[in-house]
Design a protein around this ligand. Structure first.
Ligand code: ADP
Ligand code: ADP
Length: 232
């Protein structure tokens, strides 16, 4: 379970302090597909960067299974980061490396040997349905296929949490549906908790069991998707 308590992030700018997120309270339970929806500039990326510890919050706590992660440092911080997989809007693949090597990259960083890396890459490509592309390069793949590769890479270290920042915003609607279905399968079959940041209600409707609406740095509503978003 992830409990976010009174989380705020202020940036100092030349015009004084700027509040990117303010007093955020959220509870994400194991197995949730939790949507965070809001307009551009609402604070979504800042929130996700705090959860992934790329940004240090100014105030508040993030408890994962009761442990406050905001005060972690050094080795403990690295270990925790490995337990969180990230998926980005623009895939962020390494263009000079094969699909296999992209997927295995986090394992290389973690110091796994070559045999382990290749074996895990094979498993991961099987999960995302791209075994036949192992030796190809990113440029040879469609956008949807590249996003599948980035999802496989995000799973490399057996994360318990997958953070997806606008994972389908660069994709057409058919491809979007297939990526959302893949995320749902991963949630279901691997038991990975998923947080999805999006500005599209349709994404939330399709796969999120819970949702929080963020507006001008604050959460204005949260709960079960069926209670928050009404289907006409
Ligand atoms: P979203 O992801 O919802 O578009 P962001 O979290 O990226 O929103 O940004 C929220 C606000 O915080 C924006 O106005 C943005 O310009 C500002 N912001 C984000 N990061 C920084 C930073 N490092 N320094 C100053 N302002 C920032
Ligand atoms: P995204 O498309 O993911 O919302 P952004 O354009 O909001 O990305 O932000 C990209 C990066 O720039 C982030 O690291 C964010 O913290 C930083 N950033 C955003 N706005 C500002 C700002 N006004 N000043 C400084 N850094 C910012």
């Amino acid at each position: 379970m992830i409990e976010i308590k009174n989380l705020s992030k202020f940036f100092s700018t030349e015009n004084g302090d700027f509040t990117a997120i303010k007093n955020i309270n959220l509870t994400i339970e194991d197995g949730d597909i939790f949507g965070i929806i809001g307009m551009s500039g609402a604070g979504k990326s800042t929130l996700i960067r705090c959860i992934n510890l790329l940004e240090k919050p100014s105030e508040g706590q993030i408890l994962i299974d009761g442990q406050d992660i905001t005060s972690l440092e050094g080795r403990n911080l690295l270990i925790l980061r490995r337990k969180i997989g990230m998926v980005f809007q623009r895939f962020n693949l390494l263009m000079q490396r094969t699909i296999r090597d992209n997927v295995a990259f986090p394992l290389e960083i973690a110091g796994a040997d070559k045999k382990q890396r290749l074996q895990r890459a094979e498993e991961l490509l099987d999960i995302v349905g791209l075994s036949s592309k192992a030796g190809a390069y990113p440029v040879q793949l469609s956008g949807g296929q590249q996003q599948r590769v980035s999802i496989a890479r995000a799973l490399a270290n057996h994360p318990t949490l997958l953070l997806c920042d606008e994972p389908t915003s660069a994709l057409d609607s058919l491809t979007t549906n297939s990526i959302l279905k893949l995320l749902k399968d991963i949630n279901h079959k691997l038991g990975v908790t998923i947080i999805i940041i999006t500005h599209e209600i349709s994404v939330v409707e399709k796969i999120c069991n819970k949702v929080a609406i963020i507006n001008e740095s604050e959460i204005v509503e949260q709960g079960f998707t069926k209670d928050i978003i009404s289907n006409p």
